[in-house]
Design a protein around this ligand. Structure first.
Ligand SMILES: [Zn+2]
Length: 184
């Protein structure tokens, strides 16, 4: 039997000591309190957008690249719900619907976002759960199913928040993105 001398009570102590050492080391380098406690000017202003995306692990880097390509690096809040637009609207995920609207309100209140960007993706497991798997076998039908969810969500956002601009997209598994709707 393996014997461990560690106790739960020791862990916070070690963490505390490490934090103190880190602080002292920064202080000795002359970086001190101003670095630790002053907000970075680049992060002090408002965000431009709220991104709603799926949680799918395959596209995390592609989402960041897409937002970078739109000039929005570090300028957007990010709500992640499985299914993106489906997560925000499908009855199957009714408790998440509320989560989306609450987060949108918080993003407006805290960061003054003026745009919502919704990125669905192809071969989405949450869409298969909500609407059945068949649509993913035909690319045109799959696009139509996503449009049928994305566009009513965009409309609902605009109806609730008249000043918000809304963009909706469908991402393929290779990271390429096609606009859905009239902002295209
Ligand atoms: Zn998905």
């Amino acid at each position: 039997m393996e014997i461990c001398n560690c106790t739960a009570a020791e862990t916070p102590n070690r963490d505390h000591q490490y934090s103190r050492r880190s602080f002292v080391k920064l202080g000795s380098l002359g970086l001190g309190a101003s670095l630790l406690f002053s907000p970075s000017p680049a992060r002090a202003g408002a965000a431009d957008a709220l991104l709603l995306s799926c949680m799918d692990y395959r596209l995390v880097d592609d989402l960041v690249r897409f937002m970078d390509s739109k000039g929005l690096t570090d300028k957007y809040d990010h709500v992640i719900l499985a299914g993106a637009a489906a997560g925000a609207t499908a009855e199957k995920f009714s408790s998440w619907n509320k989560t989306f609207w609450e987060h949108l309100q918080v993003a407006i209140d805290l960061h003054k976002v003026h745009k919502v960007i919704v990125v669905d993706h192809r071969d989405c497991g949450a869409y298969k759960i909500a609407y059945g798997p068949e649509h993913t076998k035909d690319p045109a039908l799959e696009r139509a199913v996503h449009a049928a969810v994305l566009l009513p969500l965009a409309l609902e956002i605009r109806q609730k928040y008249k000043d918000l601009h809304v963009e909706t997209y469908l991402m393929a598994l290779d990271g390429t993105v096609e606009p859905i709707g009239e902002h295209a």
